[in-house]
Write a protein that binds this ligand. Structure first.
Ligand code: FDA
Length: 306
């Protein structure tokens, strides 16, 4: 219930204005977002890489409606990749990209061209790109664009969401040699016709999907903070004889940092998803919707600033 309300608020421009201008917001944002500028992203990346973690960087923003905005997002990624390369932060750092930020909602071919330019820059910089997955209306289009990009840039990563009923089948399709696939639970509000609604059903689907990916020939990227799923993943790695260079864990910036350090110390590859940029509102609201304790953190910040 609370999750639905917060996810609805994440699409409300009135609530957005309220939250953005509230005095307590900055402290809350800082916990989950590296900062607004490219330099902030580079600083956070440097710190994580120094601590033995890998990184994927996300320039925040989605649902772009004009070509000018989409080109600006593309150019930000090109500048970021050049800076990562100059700072010798590749291949430890890669980038995550939302196709809706580069034009998918109004011109798929244009979005593909922009994504292609970013993949080429990533390849030049010695790293790669993962295509974030958005709401279910975009899944087919995103997987089609992924297939086109992989023709020239085979390391381009996919994201599959365990809450979607179709995802087991997508996992089977994508569990091929060299295929990088991030498996997450899914962060959008989706109808029952396409997505499991009960948390337990989503978790069970996650395990079924993880079994397919971990027993397959690809490179699974297990994106979750869930202790139970992380323990099952460690078990499957042993069961399927996967060495640490054949799969990785992924967690979000600011969430369970002690677990990120623990997994890394145990010899696993751990990649931290680092968001940065001005457009943090939708991202922050999805994080708050996921966990009541994050909401409590928000409320505490509010009370302490009064
Ligand atoms: P969930 O939120 O259900 O939490 C399960 C348990 O984990 C909790 O009960 C608690 O024990 C622990 N936990 C969670 N948060 C915690 C916290 N803050 N502190 C302490 N414990 C905590 N989604 C999407 O739709 N498209 C995408 O492209 C991506 N990309 C992506 C990349 C990466 C690297 C990650 C980690 C996640 C995504 N997601 C995503 C988001 C994903 O779909 C999902 O919404 C969140 O990861 C939350 O789900 P969890 O698996 O973490 O479990």
């Amino acid at each position: 219930m609370l999750r639905s309300v917060i996810l609805a608020a994440s699409r409300s421009s009135r609530v957005e204005r309220l939250v953005e201008t509230a005095p307590f917001t900055r402290d809350v944002v800082r916990r989950f977002v590296a900062g607004t500028a490219t330099d902030d992203a580079l600083r956070a990346t440097q710190e994580l890489v120094t601590n033995g973690l890998s990184v994927t960087l996300d320039h925040l923003g989605e649902d772009t409606v004009t070509a000018e905005q989409a080109v600006a997002v593309r150019d930000e990624y090109l500048a970021l990749l050049a800076a990562l390369s100059a700072g010798e932060l590749t291949p430890a750092a890669e980038v995550s990209l939302k196709l809706s930020a580069i034009g998918q909602k109004f011109d798929e071919k244009f979005a593909y061209d922009n994504a292609r330019a970013i993949c080429a820059a990533a390849s030049e910089a010695g790293t790669t790109v993962t295509l974030d997955m958005e709401d279910h209306t975009t899944t087919d289009s995103t997987l089609e664009i992924l297939a086109q990009l992989r023709a020239d840039f085979p390391t381009t990563g996919a994201v599959l969401q365990a809450y979607l009923r179709r995802t087991e089948s997508d996992c089977r399709e994508l569990a091929s040699a060299g295929s990088r696939v991030r498996l997450c639970k899914g962060a959008y509000r989706e109808p029952e016709s396409v997505a499991y609604q009960a948390a337990n059903d989503v978790d069970k689907s996650y395990v079924r999907c993880m079994n397919i990916l971990m027993s397959g020939e690809g490179y699974p990227m297990l994106a979750t903070h869930d202790p139970r799923l992380i323990a099952i993943a460690e078990d499957r790695a042993r069961w399927f004889d996967r060495s640490p260079d054949t799969f990785e864990f992924q967690l979000l910036y600011g969430i369970r940092p002690e677990e990120q350090a623990r997994l890394s110390a145990d010899g696993y590859t751990v990649r931290v998803y680092v968001p940065y940029g001005d457009e943090w509102y939708g991202y922050l609201m999805r994080r708050l919707a996921e966990r009541p304790a994050n909401m409590a953190f928000f409320a505490r910040a509010l009370v302490s600033k009064k």
